[in-house]
Write a protein that binds this ligand. Sequence first.
Ligand SMILES: [Zn+2]
Length: 130
Amino acid sequence: MKISFQKIPFDSVIKREIILENESDSLKTNFELSIKERNLAFCKINMNGKININCNTCGVDLKKNIDEEIEILIKNGIYDGFNEEFDVVEVPDGTIDLNEIINSELELLRDEIEHCEKCSKTEDNFIFEI
Ligand SMILES: [Zn+2]
């Protein structure tokens, strides 16, 4: 789903929902977009559901529960400032690709280290032995 930056009204919030449903993931994402200042939008993202990840040790499939609230800024064009509080996503062509935002957030979540029950037990024992 794509939204043109120009279509975000100055005085209200637009909401979009994307449901991702496939054999490995089941995820509902809600977006709230509003204009913060000229050419800069504030985007609140709520992600809820389950995604498929792999155990970091043995690689077995795991389901990870997702319940995330993420806040980012979206810049229409190139962002030459620096923001300590929020990540800034640049859209040089003026088009916000919501699916792309979901995918990059999911990539971050999949990169977190997780272990299956068996491996986390082994790790506990390992720590215990030290
Ligand atoms: Zn494992």
